[in-house]
Design a protein around this ligand. Sequence first.
Ligand code: NAP
Length: 504
Amino acid sequence: MAYTPTGKHLIAGNWVASADTFASSPATGPSHTFSKGTPALVDQAAKAAEEAFETYAYSTREERAAFLEAIAEEIDARGDAITEIGSQETGLPEARLVGERGRTVGQLRLFASHIRKGDYLDRRHDEALPDRKPLPRPDLKMVQRPIGPVAVFGASNFPLAFSTAGGDTAAALAAGCPVVVKAHDAHPGTGEIVASAIDAAIKRCGVHPGVFSLVHGGSRDVGQALVQHPLIKAVGFTGSLGGGRALYDLCAQRPEPIPFFGELGSVNPMFMLPKAVATRGETIAKGWVGSLTMGAGQFCTNPGIVVLLKGADADKYVETATEALSAVGPQTMLTDGIADAYRKGATKIAGTEGVRSVLTSTCDLRNATPYLFQTTAKDWLDNHVLGEEVFGPLGLIVIAESEDEMVAMARSLSGQLTASIHLADGDEALGKRLMPILERKAGRVLANGFPTGVEVADSMVHGGPYPASTNFGATSVGTLSIRRFLRPVCYQDIPAALLPIDLA
Ligand code: NAP
C-alpha cells in the first residue's frame, strides 16, 4: 500500500502546511513537495512541548511505557508503506528498511520495559538524623527527573532507528520529555509517515498532543532556531562533524547553555596484531571488507582504518582485502551531497603525501564503489587529514614498522566511537599495551570482531571522546541513553504528598 506524503508538518496534533516548499530528492520513485520549516513553526512546537511537559513529566511510568508500545504498534501497522517510501527516499534496500524498522520498534519496547523496572531512576534516600551532633541531618531523597522539551535531529543514515521515532526520541519520551523532531531532508516522507504513527498513538493513549511535533527542514534556520529556542532543554543529533559542531556552538552560546548530545565522526580503527594476521589474516581481511562496505559504508561505526605490522602477512592481508573489495559492486548512497562528500574525501586522501591508491572507485552520481588506500604509520602520524572520517566504503591500511609505531598511532588517535583489536595466542603483550590507550580513546573497545551492527542493550555505549561525540559521558544507543534527558533532583524534608510519584 503506497503512501503519498501530504508534505505537512505535525505541530502538536495538527498537520500544518507552510507557504514555501521544497521537493524531495528520492533515489528512486516520485519526488514529492514538502512544506519548508520556519522559526515560527519551531516556536509553536516548542511552546506546545513545554505545555505538554506539565502533564507528561508527571505521568506514571506505566502510562509512558504503554504509550511507547502504542507507537511501536502504529509503526508496525504502517510497516509496508514505511519500507516502500523509506527505500525510495534513501536508496537503502528494502531488507535493510525492514530490519531497521524491527530495531526501531524493538528500541521503543525496550525502553517501555526499562522504565517499568525503574532502576534508571537511581533512587537514593539518606534518612533524617535529628539527633546527630553537632548538626542534625535532614531527610534527603534523590531521583532522576525529566529535563524538559528535547530537540531531535533525524539522521540521514538511519531513516527509522535514528530519526523521527528513533533512539533519541524513544529515550526522551521514556524519560518524560516531549520531543520536537527536525526531519531530515533526505527522507521527509519517511519522517511524515512515522510522525503519523506517533500522532495515532498520542490519540489512542490520550497523551497531550504537544508531546510530539515534527518540523520539516528545507532551510538551515529551522535547526538553528530549534537549538536556540529557550524552551528546548537538550538536543539529540547524529550527523556530520561540521554540522554538529555548528549546532553545539549555538547551544553553548545561548543565554542558558544546554547539553548537545551530538554523535559525529569516527574512523573506528582496527589494530590487527601480528599472530592474528599470521593465523587467520585472510578471514579477518574478508570480514573487514564486509563491515567496511555494508550499507555503502554509511555507518558511524564503519571501520575505515586498519593498522598492520610490516611483513609478508600484512602484504597478504592487503592482497586479500583488495580482491574482496574489487568484487563489491556499486551501491546507492543516501544523498547526492553524501556521494559528493565521499568523492571529495577520497580525492583529499589520494593527494596526501605518502598515500598509495590500491583500488580506485568509479563513484558516479549517487553510486559508490569502494576505495582502498595504503600508507605508512609515519606518514599517517605526520598527516592529520588521514585520521578524518570519509563517509562511505573507503578503507585506509596503515603499515607500522614496529609495535612501538603501532602504539604511537593508538596514542595519536582522536576520540572514536569504537576501536578494535584482532589478536591470537602470542599477541597478549601488545594487546595489553594497546588496551589502556584505546579505552581512553573510544566508547566501545572490541576484540576479534567488527564494529558495525551496534547492539541495542543495557551495556552498549555508542559515544566517545570528541569528535566521536560532543559528550563523552553519554551514549546514544542502549538503555543508558535515557540518562541524557534526566537530571538528578534532591528533595530535602519534602512531605510525601508533594514528592514526585516515583519517590512517593
Ligand atoms: P549533516 O549535514 O550534519 O546534517 C544533519 C542535520 O543537521 C540535518 O538536519 C541538517 O539540516 C542539520 N544541520 C547541519 N548543519 C547545520 C547548521 N549549520 N545549521 C542548522 N542545521 C544544520 O549530516 P548529513 O546530512 O546526515 O550528512 C552529511 C555528512 O555527515 C556525511 O557526508 C557524513 O560525513 C556525515 N554523517 C556522519 C554520520 C555519523 O554517524 N558519523 C551520520 C550521518 C552523516 P540540513 O539538511 O538543512 O542541512
